[in-house]
Design a protein around this ligand. Sequence first.
Ligand SMILES: Cc1cc2nc3c(=O)[nH]c(=O)nc-3n(C[C@H](O)[C@H](O)[C@H](O)COP(=O)(O)OP(=O)(O)OC[C@H]3O[C@@H](n4cnc5c(N)ncnc54)[C@H](O)[C@@H]3O)c2cc1C
Length: 537
Amino acid sequence: MDSFDYIVVGAGSAGCVLANRLSADPRNRVALIEEGGTNTSPFIAMAGGFVKIMGNPLYFRAYPVAQRPGMRQEMHAYGKGLGGSSAINGTWYLTGLPADYDGWVARGLPGWGWNEIARCFKDIESYRDSGAHAGRGRDGELEVTPSTYRGPVFDAIMDAAAQIGARKVGDVTQPGVQGAGRSQYTVSRRGKRVTSYTAFVAPIRHRPNLTVITDCAVQKVVIENGRATGVLCHRNGADVTLAAAREVIVSAGVYGSPHLLQLSGIGPADELAALGIPVVRDLPMVGRELCDHQKMGISFDLANHPGTNREFTGWRLYRNALRYFLTRTGPLARVGLPVTALVSNDPASTWPEFQVAAAPFAMRTVNEMAAKPGSPITPRPGITFSGYHLRPKSRGRIALASADWRQPPVIHWNPWDNPEDQAHALELFRMLRRFAAAPALAPYVGDERMPGAALQTDEEVLGEVRKMVEAGLHGTGTCGMGTDPATSVTDARCRVHGVAGLRVVDCSIMPTPVSGNTNGPAMAVAARAAELILEDR
Ligand SMILES: Cc1cc2nc3c(=O)[nH]c(=O)nc-3n(C[C@H](O)[C@H](O)[C@H](O)COP(=O)(O)OP(=O)(O)OC[C@H]3O[C@@H](n4cnc5c(N)ncnc54)[C@H](O)[C@@H]3O)c2cc1C
């Protein structure tokens, strides 16, 4: 049986950072195990290529969502293969805000405050834009670059953001500021997507004490006498056990990690027993407290400008692909909304409630796509305003559907269910309309295309936003850190309560959501967790 000191399950955003930091000490024999493959497709390296690979089971792991009455049937998909979700995501980069992490300390989790996390971000980042705030890292592994989109619509969007209360900032990750600036992406200065694998593992893969194993699904963590001693894997059609002399670290993502714990007998005892899974540790919160950013978008006709939709269809698409492969520049090198604003209705707040963004680009809605699959890009130019509610109160859960590891769990997601969230949904919707109606954008914004100006009363708007809500796919909380095994899964050092030699490190341990996209925070949290693991060695 192959034996290692540390086995990291899942080569996603967090897992690759852990593999890097733990194997930096040559005494540690580290295995990084990934269910998916090598992710070498050129459509992964090209940020704009995600439209080509979207939903492909080689790169995505699909999770069915329990149907909400009267709503469309949803499926959530996270990434798979080296880099995990960082290999297929929108590359949009933010860090979260100081109050997010300081809130964790207030919950009894020392060592997770903004000071520690900011230090970890500085350590992992390489951001060299002239507008960078003083806390940014320049020499870390993770290259981040700002949007290169320029032109009159960009300037008008920036001015409009200021007109709704988000002052212009040189760096949208400036801590604790309500501001609007150029969006930032995990795209290298040479125009290639930066995944956690390309940044943290590829450059050090030659280390003799690091073993990376792909196409290897972990079925369960092996636990003997209350201690994790290895993992049972499925590889090349056979079952294989790998031994961990020190620790197993589960980094299988917000759905994958609680699923794996449950399959290993760690979770709500009654639910495990009902499926015939022997209970190793009754931990009722495994899979609970799922929180995801709730997202909505509204779009308008675009006036006096051709927009960017046409860049992704017909001969222009071929031209842009050629340009990308020859020069690594152009519309396919960096996609996403070029302006990001963090803003709330209270201008004095240093903890903005919403992330809003705009682009001269329009896509079909999720409801339209569900009704009639096909290209997501509309033929008519448009301008889209979208927003996330960053700290929703609604919580969902991950429930085992079967004791068979091949069967995905079922996701119960309840967006906008909480009355406070409904109030925020209305605020966000009206903020997006104010953004579109700001004087600076008057030359460009035409009729409201979706959902349509006819919706006016709170009741009408709320009815519609419940239908058009999308998951941010920024899930957190399903193996949340905390002090009490009755209300949490892991402790402040990411150790699973009551099971020795077992930690969870990924987005699932975040006890409350971070205010912004989660790829960067997953990596910073992993960098911090690696410090704790090495301290405990
Ligand atoms: C479509 C999409 C778009 C997104 N866009 C953005 C964005 O623009 N910006 C941003 O910041 N965030 C974005 N996110 C969110 C962000 O990418 C994730 O929150 C983050 O990458 C999660 O990191 P993680 O380490 O928790 O998990 P992941 O990166 O998902 O890694 C989990 C890994 O574990 C592997 N795994 C799971 N189970 C097993 C098993 N049993 N055995 C072996 N391996 C296993 C998986 O295959 C995967 O590689 C997006 C997410 C998605 C899905």
